[in-house]
Design a binder for this molecule. Structure first.
Ligand code: 9Z3
Length: 351
């Protein structure tokens, strides 16, 4: 594909692929299912020596939370995530509303301990984390830019091919639809003051740099990101179960856009979600024509906005539920059907 000829291979890729190869070999040998979970937002750098970039809202909650439930369901997980976004297990203690320091206290002898109030809850998380470490079932691979994301997705998918239908792709990352191609990227920081405008070389495309000044205005003219999902489904991972997410803000468009994506890419499942309600409702649109909403009732929703803390919500009623604890077992069921009965794209699901 032209994209990979024209946009540079990330420096981190070789070492990540070496780690992934060992990880996949181990789990292939142990006949374990492997899920590639993508998580967090991609950046679009405007300069090669990047000072400015375009980003998006994603904190990686969906991906990090889902990864924990995949591990609980017996999958090994390659967690391809935006650097510094939320991580499985650590996510419980790593944002402004629940900083890890708040869980700590001094013992009578002056040592640092976990506050007695949190011993139980933290013990649960720690036990799961330690198990994943001990079994080597969680591989963390970071990306930052959309280019790094695409290279990783392609190379990891091809590496996972020997797993056949035992492999699953869960594409929760919020991937930019637009980018600056390498041959339209300037090297140095774009100068805002007119006195310092320079005509920076713009490679051999003959086009103006994608980001440049015109008088006092910054003009940004982005290329579309190639439709990588089509390539993933048809070429890079033809035997895997593939699940993508569709994000919308307008409720009236969600079902139609999700169906459209499924039809266009012919993979297994699109999970539609709305920016404002994504923590408690999602729409499953599956190959075979089945559609259904998963909805966490109001009295069981987690309260924190940037992270999910079952322990801090639903106090006055039933325990709070993370919607991912419902999403992942549904997927596991579909995946089992695919492994046992053949590709569900030929079967009618949810009917
Ligand atoms: C999602 O829709 C995820 O569920 C969210 C999760 C990004 C909304 P958070 O990280 O948010 O928990 O805060 N991911 C996919 C978004 C996306 O870019 N999808 C593409 C599209 O809609 C298709 S791959 O076109």
């Amino acid at each position: 594909m032209e994209y990979f000829e024209n946009n540079p291979r990330p420096a981190s890729l070789d070492s990540h692929i070496a780690l992934a190869r060992a990880f996949i070999d181990q789990h292939a040998e142990q006949n374990r299912r492997v899920a590639l979970v993508t998580s967090g937002g991609t950046t679009v750098p405007l300069e090669n020596q990047t000072v400015r970039f375009i980003d998006n809202f994603s904190a990686g909650t969906r991906g990090a939370t889902s990864a924990e439930y995949f591990l609980e369901s017996g999958y090994a997980v390659i967690f391809l995530h935006r650097q510094f976004s939320l991580l499985p297990y650590a996510r419980h203690y790593s944002h402004s509303t629940n900083c890890f320091l708040d869980y700590m206290a001094f013992s009578s002898s002056g040592g640092v301990v976990i506050d007695t109030e949190y011993q139980h809850q933290m013990g649960d998380v720690l036990a799961k984390y330690k198990k994943a470490k001990h079994d080597n079932t969680l591989l963390l691979l970071p990306f930052t830019t959309v280019n790094e994301y695409l290279w990783h997705l392609r190379d990891l998918a091809m590496l996972m091919q020997p797993l056949g239908p035992n492999s699953l792709f869960y594409l929760a990352a919020a991937v930019s639809d637009f980018f600056v191609p390498a041959d339209r990227m300037v090297e140095h920081k774009i100068q805002s003051s007119e006195e310092f405008h320079s005509q920076q070389p713009n490679g051999n495309s003959g086009e103006p740099p994608a980001a440049h000044m015109e008088g006092k205005r910054l003009i940004i003219d982005l290329d579309p990101v190639p439709k990588f999902l089509k390539l993933l489904v048809d070429k890079w991972a033809p035997h895997s179960m593939i699940i993508s997410f569709k994000l919308e803000t307008d409720p009236s468009m969600l079902a139609e856009k999700s169906r459209y994506a499924l039809k266009k890419y012919s993979h297994h499942l699109v999970i539609g979600n709305l920016l404002n309600t994504r923590k408690w409702e999602v729409l499953f649109v599956s190959a075979g024509g089945g559609e259904k909403w998963l909805r966490v009732p109001a009295n069981r929703r987690t309260k924190s906005v940037s992270g999910s803390r079952p322990e801090d919500a639903g106090k006055d009623s039933e325990p709070a539920v993370e919607i991912e604890s419902w999403i992942v077992p549904e997927i596991e069921k579909l995946h089992t059907q695919m492994i046992e009965n053949g590709d569900p794209r030929e079967l009618a699901l949810f009917r």
